[in-house]
Design a protein around this ligand. Structure first.
Ligand code: BV8
Length: 237
């Protein structure tokens, strides 16, 4: 059975990397992007999460993020997040690579982590690029202002924007060097994150997918486990 085989491979592994997407937060109550009930209010994420949308109408984009932050604020990590946080102590080499911006992995205790697409609880000053934490919900002013007076933007990677070079390097080298690569809760549609499982596979890793549905990488992985990450991950580690 795929789960048993995957468990055995993990038990023997020294270096492990895991890529997570919105599905890992679904059981915490976070709406996913593209599933049913997907995360938009009359607008598609791809139309709001872009630099042009922000340029054109920063208040509308901030209204969308403020609304999402309000939904996220009370939510808690689920057993899937905790299982991943526990993995850090089990393997000599471990990296969590998340596409999620909700901060739930850190809330569950994950530290060896890169956030590919940024973090909804961080803001960046448009004048000097300074990044700071901001947990104010709801935001008093839209768009929020830096103490220097300039406008703040979400510290999030939008479509058409490049990811942080250091973050990409860490993610790609973890995918190349690991013995087991887990891809959990992602539709594997967004690049460059969606390429990581293939890179791990080409580099000789045993690749495990956890998703209730099939995705573009399901045919390529060694073990495709159809299930919820909050249920499967605790069984796996
Ligand atoms: C870049 C921040 C270089 C916003 C996000 C080719 C063609 C067209 C465009 C492109 C292309 N190649 C590259 C691009 C551009 C684009 C891209 O990939 N577009 C896609 C749509 C085709 N990529 C970029 O722009 C990236 N930058 O490439 O830089 C560059 C520079 C200039 C010009 C070109 C290239 C930047 C991408 C970052 C975008 N920002 N988020 C915000 O969050 O506000 S992406 C957004 O989607 C989220 O971050 C999210 O994490 C990510 C991926 O979605 P998923 O996490 O997979 O979530 P989804 O809802 O899709 O799926 C959920 C899954 O969970 C499902 O499979 C479901 O079955 C499963 N599930 C449900 N419940 C559970 C579960 N699984 C387990 N357990 C459960 N209980």
């Amino acid at each position: 059975m795929e789960l048993e085989k995957a468990r055995k491979k993990l038990a023997e592994a020294g270096s492990v990397a895991i890529l997570t997407g919105a599905g890992v937060s679904a059981e915490s109550g976070v709406p996913t992007f593209r599933g049913e009930g997907g995360l938009w209010r009359n607008y598609r994420a791809e139309e709001l999460a872009t630099p042009d949308a922000f340029e054109r109408n920063p208040s509308l984009v901030w209204e969308w993020y403020d609304w999402r932050r309000g939904i996220l604020a009370p939510l808690k990590p689920n057993p899937g997040h905790f299982a991943i946080a526990g993995m850090e102590k089990k393997f000599d080499n471990f990296l969590l690579i998340t596409q999620n911006v909700d901060g739930l992995h850190a809330k569950a205790g994950s530290r060896k982590m890169v956030e590919l697409h940024g973090n909804i609880w961080k803001v960046r000053c448009l004048a000097d690029g300074k990044v700071s934490d901001n947990h104010e919900t709801p935001l008093k002013t839209l768009p929020p202002r830096c103490e220097c007076g300039s406008m703040l933007r979400p510290h999030i990677v939008w479509f058409g924007e490049s990811l942080d070079a250091g973050v990409i390097e860490a993610a790609f080298s973890a995918a190349r060097d690991c013995e087991v690569f887990i891809v959990a809760g992602t539709s594997s549609l967004v690049q460059p994150a969606a390429s990581l499982a293939g890179i791990a596979k080409e580099s000789g890793a045993y690749v495990i997918e956890i998703n209730p549905e099939a995705t573009p990488v399901s045919g390529m992985v060694d073990a495709s486990i159809r299930g919820k990450s909050g249920e499967v991950l605790p069984l796996l580690v």
